[in-house]
Design a protein around this ligand. Structure first.
Ligand SMILES: C[S@@+](CC[C@H](N)C(=O)[O-])C[C@H]1O[C@@H](n2cnc3c(N)ncnc32)[C@H](O)[C@@H]1O
Length: 324
């Protein structure tokens, strides 16, 4: 539904004036979910979930987006300031989800994560992925913004294809990946290229194996679309950057290439620049710039490169959900 400036706060409050919808709203502030995931987490029937979604949608509080065969719902990221105040109000005043709902929510996120983990545990398929990534490349724009001093993290390093070039630019490198198979390939590639001193760490976007404020820059190319919950991953990156540290993010713009979900275990078919800027702003990033990278060939999605710094004086993201 288009945003209607005239839409009254009262219709939004009315939509939220029901315990089940308040709980649904709280869930959708924490992330994007499709109807079957919501049915599973909430333990409610399809007709109840669909009706409550419709009421929140009609009040202009939710956005929906098609991801191939599925429609995902989330709290709108392009609301007016007064409606954004509602988001804070919902987060502060809705009842906690409770242990059982929080457990089912984490089950959904774990299943999203498992798809990617099992895909990237299969070494043979990654070569295919490398070839594809080579054609849809954000790397030149990302690499030219890498700071020459301090520690740079290559997040979701994959086969480590970025490491040789990165090692010429950065003082120290930490390479992180959730897949031991990928990390081993990256280690071998670095060894074969004669690059020493890279610190390889196994770890997940949701809980990075890095201390608070440990690093000066994070480069994350084509990894966010694998994150079970991208907003949480952005908040986690914010945590590990020092104040003033830089995030360099490359990923796809929204696209309809559903086959990429099966072939590459992609969780999300790209991101809108409004979602990206909302998540970065919520996490406490400033000086955001986003540049689109045109598709290199027909059938390939367009991409973007975002750059932002962790604003000085920002602590952990207020949007980091504490749902239990
Ligand atoms: C498409 S590859 C990108 C590799 C590399 N950044 C590049 O541009 O060549 C995505 C990588 O992200 C890793 N990955 C996927 N989900 C992850 C997660 N939740 N946490 C950390 N790494 C993850 C995968 O194991 C894989 O190596």
């Amino acid at each position: 539904m288009a945003v209607n400036e005239e839409q009254s706060a009262s219709s939004q409050l009315k939509a939220l004036g029901d315990p089940a919808r308040l709980q649904l709203a709280r869930l959708l502030i924490a992330g994007s979910f499709n109807v079957s995931e919501l049915i599973r987490v909430l333990g409610a029937g399809q007709s109840t979930v669909s009706r409550n979604l419709r009421i929140l949608m009609d009040a202009g509080l939710l956005a929906s987006r098609r991801e191939g065969r599925l429609i995902y719902y989330a709290w709108r990221t392009d609301l007016s300031d007064s409606a954004l105040d509602l988001q804070l109000w919902v987060a502060a005043h809705s009842p906690s989800l409770g242990a059982e709902l929080a457990r089912r929510l984490h089950e959904v996120w774990d299943e999203r994560r498992a798809r990617s983990t099992s895909f990237f545990g299969d070494r043979a398929r990654e070569h295919d992925r490398d070839a594809w990534l080579g054609s849809a490349d954000c790397l030149p724009r990302l690499l030219e913004q890498v700071p020459g001093q301090g520690i740079v993290v290559d997040l979701g390093t994959g086969t480590g294809r970025i490491l040789p070039e990165l090692s010429r630019l950065a003082e120290r490198i930490i390479a992180v990946d959730a897949s031991p198979t990928m990390l081993e390939q990256a280690r071998r590639r670095a060894g074969a290229s004669g690059i020493a001193d890279i610190d390889f760490r196994l770890g997940d976007l949701a809980h990075l194996p890095l201390q608070d404020g440990e690093v000066d820059a994070v480069l994350a190319n084509m990894v966010l679309h694998h994150a079970p919950e991208p907003a949480q991953a952005v908040a986690e990156i914010h945590r590990v950057l020092r104040p003033g540290g830089r995030l360099l993010l490359g990923d796809f713009l929204p696209h309809d290439e559903e086959w990429m979900r099966d072939r590459f275990a992609d969780q999300w078919l790209g991101f809108s620049t409004s979602d990206i800027s909302h998540w970065l702003g919520e996490a406490g990033f400033a000086d955001l710039s986003i540049e689109s990278i045109p598709p290199p060939q027909q059938g390939a999605p367009a991409a973007f490169v975002a750059s932002a710094i962790r604003a000085i004086g920002t602590g952990p993201s207020p949007s980091t959900p504490n749902l239990s």
